[in-house]
Design a protein around this ligand. Structure first.
Ligand code: ASP
Length: 349
């Protein structure tokens, strides 16, 4: 007889854990220790479930990097006691948290599945119950005694995505998340069908190595027609700025006006790292395609390839927090650390 999988459900906050007061109609967090009373279906799974709640609970719009440190540390502390982890999280910044965890939990060999909901779990039409039950199933799923999805993922509506490829794309619909540049890891219908070829496998015998030093000295500059030299200068002269995500047009193109290219070139010469990320949701930066992209490449702007904004922001914080030289940092920025960008290998698949 084998022991049932042990899953830790961590409730951090967000809509999923709210309950409507029948008298006032207002939403407030419910006591998550009672989750099995609230979602009795969970018992039928026959798993060994443990729960814990953050104190205080957070609306995910308030999340700062110290929250990721707390969450990653909790998972690392309980890593050997459980077979998988489900993180209940607000949807607003779920993709940022999933991306951050994917870099911080180096050598992860167990599932960490984030989920949440658009409607609180106590509401009749809630999407929270299905999301939670499926997320727990994914966290417990095994094949040949190995975890089926040993990576940081997001389960929402009927799909499981690689966490650091996701973006919240809809504020109202139940299918709130998308992964434009990487296929889903699984789809839930009558059963959950896993997309084995696209699931990452850890290197054998690699221990979990948690990185908790993040440096948030970064900025994001969105290009738009009419952007002024004063605005760009103000961003570039932000005190302590070490890296900038430049959200460019199409395949990584920017305005080619001399003032813009000169300002950026000067900032790079002084040590700023500039990562080119496209404003398009799908597709990749290719700075060789147009002169307007080539201008950026010539002054040392780094290509973000098909990275999402969420993964770019957290990858930069992670790499700036690591004790590495600039050349090494730029080299790692252009590589896939944990499946966050497509490499020639992933593109072939
Ligand atoms: N503002 C909420 C949050 O992100 C929305 C949600 O939970 O979906 O925490």
């Amino acid at each position: 007889m084998h022991t049932p999988p042990s899953i830790l459900i961590i409730y951090t906050g967000g809509t999923i854990g709210m309950k409507q007061n029948p008298k006032t109609g207002a939403l407030s967090p419910f006591n998550f220790e009672q989750i099995e009373a609230e979602v009795p279906e969970l018992q039928k799974l026959g798993y060994n479930l443990s729960t814990c709640s953050f104190d205080p609970l957070v609306d995910s719009s308030d999340i700062m990097p110290d929250f990721w440190v707390k969450l990653a540390t909790l998972i690392a502390d309980r890593y050997h006691q459980h077979d998988g982890f489900v993180v209940l999280h607000g949807t607003d910044t779920m993709s940022y948290t999933a991306s951050a965890l994917s870099f911080m939990l180096d050598g992860l060999a167990k599932p960490v599945v984030l989920t949440g909901s658009q409607l609180p779990i106590g509401m009749i039409r809630t999407d929270g119950k299905e999301n939670l039950i499926s997320a727990v199933e994914v966290a417990a799923a095994r094949s040949n005694r190995q975890p089926m999805v040993p990576e940081v993922s997001i389960f929402f509506q009927n799909r499981l995505y690689r966490g650091n490829r996701t973006t919240k794309h809809n504020a109202e619909h139940f299918n709130a998340f998308r992964s434009y540049n990487y296929p889903p890891l699984a789809e839930a219908g009558i059963s959950i069908k896993y997309n084995h070829a696209h699931i990452q496998r850890p290197l054998p015998q690699q221990p979990l190595n948690i990185h908790t030093h993040l440096d948030p000295s970064i900025g994001v500059l969105v290009l738009y027609p009419g952007i002024s030299p004063q605005y760009v200068q103000a961003v570039l002269s932000t005190q302590g700025l070490r890296a900038l995500v430049l959200l460019t047009y199409g395949s990584g193109n920017s305005l080619s006006q001399k003032w813009f290219v000169d300002m950026l070139a000067q900032a790079i010469a002084k040590g700023l790292i500039v990562l080119n990320v496209t404003q398009c949701q799908a597709g990749s930066v290719d700075m060789d395609k147009y002169d307007t992209g080539l201008n950026l490449k010539k002054i040392g702007v780094v290509s973000g390839a098909d990275i999402t904004l969420e993964a770019a922001v957290t990858k930069l914080m992670f790499l700036l927090g690591a004790d590495i030289e600039r050349v090494e940092l730029i080299s790692r920025l252009t590589k896939s650390l944990n499946g966050e960008i497509s490499t020639p290998q992933t593109l072939q698949d």
